[in-house]
Design a binder for this molecule. Structure first.
Ligand code: S3P
Length: 435
């Protein structure tokens, strides 16, 4: 599916975005192996989380839907999963594959994990290595999906220093460690999203987090108690509306009930460095996660040097931050962003190619990007089936000198079902283009 976006729209009003993807995956997976029944509200019904749901159901976990975003998961306990009939197809979802590997490495039945074309290209050595060190029997051809997992004699505790800052890898190790007899220690080179730690703590796991040293200690074997979860709006989805309003608001745009866990909101800091006027109001705690309303006013953005320390805290937001940079006066430099090359697409290459096609002055190296703001035109750009890139170019269209067509937008449903409807309600019309 292609989009056609006319420039010049001005955004206004109030909106909510769908539930957080990372929290939704964890709410399903961890409650599936807990004891008890959990009611989940506001679950993201995007394709990625639905892939997690299907995989868990195919291993015997009862998951009932009782309304939009409302689910009831009946935990089967740590040892209650059953062998699925066939391979588990995890679609586009790296989070499903990497987190699920941690749980499946400890099961007494074999599993095969597959995914779509994009997921099949993504690196899995990062989970194969630590899980193998824990005694798991897991491999993939050339360290890519499909992954084959055979039952392990037992899962051992491990001390593991993550070579790259990755919440998915950290979580895979912690989930396997739930089944190990003894103390597992994971250290991260930089803080990454901590939803797994928060939820495991709330479910009764014996877990300590030393933020200062970047050290997480978990003592297994664990027994988890089901917890009800009210999923906050996804900051990573809200950010498309944040940048859209910064470059094209009429008055202000309010995004309500957004998750503002500090391990996720690095993009707010980056945008503020660029001169953005964003207020975070009505901050409250919902089920162990901070939530707030964001008010965004149109701002004259300026270029900035983005500190490397913010990269893991804004890891999914770079495509749209590149668009903010293309709308800023002066040059913005992004460093240490090489991980973006391993996301749903090579996000550095796809964004820089697309921005260059619009006439933006930009360049990249393996792990950096440099973008100079200034006017740009319209063109047809290819999102390469990457949801966040498709939405980023829809944002870019707001200030283009001519209409913009975005190709390959189907995957937007993986993380943000209803994106174009919400955009329309805020005054930003995104039409389906004639193929
Ligand atoms: C996620 C972690 C991030 C992020 C992804 C979701 C998670 O990946 O890009 O969208 O839910 O743990 P990495 O931790 O591999 O960087």
């Amino acid at each position: 599916m292609d989009w056609h976006v006319e420039p010049g729209a001005q955004l206004r009003g109030r909106l909510r975005v769908p539930g957080d993807k990372s929290i939704s995956h964890r709410a399903l997976m961890l409650n599936a192996i807990a004891d008890g029944v959990a009611n989940i509200d506001g679950l993201l019904e995007g394709d990625d989380c639905l892939a997690t749901r299907r995989a868990l159901e195919s291993m015997g976990v009862p998951i009932e839907r009782s309304g939009e975003g409302r689910y009831r998961v009946t935990g089967v306990g740590m040892r209650g999963l059953a062998a699925p009939d066939g391979p588990l197809d995890l679609g586009n979802s790296g989070t499903s594959m990497r987190l699920m590997s941690g749980i499946l490495a400890a099961q007494s039945f074999p599993t095969t994990l597959t995914g779509d074309r994009s997921l099949s290209r993504r690196p899995m050595a990062r989970v194969i290595r630590p899980l193998s060190a824990m005694g798991a029997n897991i491999d993939g051809k050339a360290n890519r999906p499909p992954l084959h997992i055979e039952p392990a004699e037992r899962i051992l505790p491990v001390r593991y220093g993550l070579p790259v800052a990755s919440a998915q890898v950290k979580s895979a190790v912690l989930l396997a460690a739930l089944y190990a007899d003894g103390e597992t220690q994971v250290s991260e080179p930089a803080t990454t999203r901590d939803h797994t730690e928060r939820l495991l703590g709330a479910m009764g796991a014996d877990l300590q987090v030393d933020r200062e040293r970047g050290l997480i200690t978990l003592r297994g074997p664990a027994k988890l108690s089901a917890v009800d979860i009210d999923v906050p709006g996804d900051f990573s989805s809200a950010v498309f509306f944040v940048v859209a309003a910064l470059i094209a608001a009429a008055g202000e745009l309010v995004i309500e009930r957004v998750g503002v866990n500090p391990t996720r909101t690095g993009a707010l800091e980056v945008l503020r460095l660029m001169g953005a006027d964003i207020s975070v109001d009505n901050e409250r705690d919902i089920g162990g996660e901070p939530v707030a309303d964001l008010t965004v006013r149109r701002s004259n953005l300026r270029g900035a040097d983005v500190p490397a320390s913010l990269v893991p805290l804004a890891i999914d937001e770079f495509p749209v931050l590149f668009v903010a940079a293309a709308n800023a006066a002066g040059t913005t430099r992004f460093v240490d962003i090489g991980e973006l090359r391993h996301k749903e697409s090579d996000r550095i290459a796809v964004m820089i190619d697309g921005l260059a096609a619009l006439g933006v002055d930009c360049s990249a190296t393996d792990s950096t990007a440099t973008i100079t703001g200034g006017g740009y035109g319209g063109a047809a750009v290819d999102a390469q089936d990457d949801h966040r890139i498709a939405m980023s170019f829809a944002v870019a269209a707001l200030t283009a000198a001519a209409p913009l067509d975005v190709r390959g937008t189907e995957t937007v449903a993986t993380s943000f079902p209803g994106f174009t409807d919400r955009a329309g309600a805020a005054g930003w019309s995104i039409r389906e283009a004639a193929a």
